[in-house]
Design a binder for this molecule. Structure first.
Ligand code: IDP
Ligand code: MG
Length: 137
């Protein structure tokens, strides 16, 4: 089942020089392909839409500040079961609880600064891809 998912390499990943390392892991997954990629600093309008589900949570404001603190790499990855697969590659939200071998488990310690976003369902992927790459066919 070929799918598409929206991936963000968060400002901590860009600042720490981990873009190549993380994209390399994505590229090495057999059959997956990057079909869109852009470096950009996210504004509050985009982030309010992207993280709208968390609007009322205590971590929301610092999350938006962190996510707009520097450039992010946004990409769309296409391939077999890529939505579930990218979530597995990323690991769980808390990097300390994430297994070694996952991106968050290998490189993160802070819940907010957990390096990577990946869409969590087909509905989220559709919505997020349209938000970040409205012209993508
Ligand atoms: P996810 O990125 O694994 O899907 P979500 O629960 O959707 O996790 O949270 C979105 C983002 O908000 C997380 O990736 C993380 O950066 C941040 N976040 C989530 N929970 C907390 C928290 O308890 N404290 C601080 N930041 C959090
Ligand atoms: Mg989420």
């Amino acid at each position: 089942m070929s799918q598409r998912t929206l991936v963000l390499l968060k400002p901590d990943a860009v600042r720490r020089g981990l873009v190549g390392e993380i994209i390399g892991r994505i590229e090495r997954k057999a059959g997956w392909a990057i079909v869109a990629l852009e470096l950009r600093t996210l504004g509050s309008a985009t982030l309010e839409q992207h993280y709208g589900e968390h609007r009322d949570k205590p971590f929301y404001k610092p999350l938006v500040e962190f996510m707009s603190s520097g450039p992010t790499v946004a990409l769309v990855v296409e391939g077999e079961r890529v939505i579930e697969g990218m979530r597995a590659l990323a690991g769980p939200t808390d990097p300390i609880a994430a297994a070694s071998g996952s991106i968050r488990g290998d490189f993160g310690t802070i819940v907010r600064e957990n390096l990577i976003h990946a869409s969590d369902s087909e509905a989220s992927a559709d919505r997020e891809i349209k938000l970040f790459f409205p012209g993508l066919r």
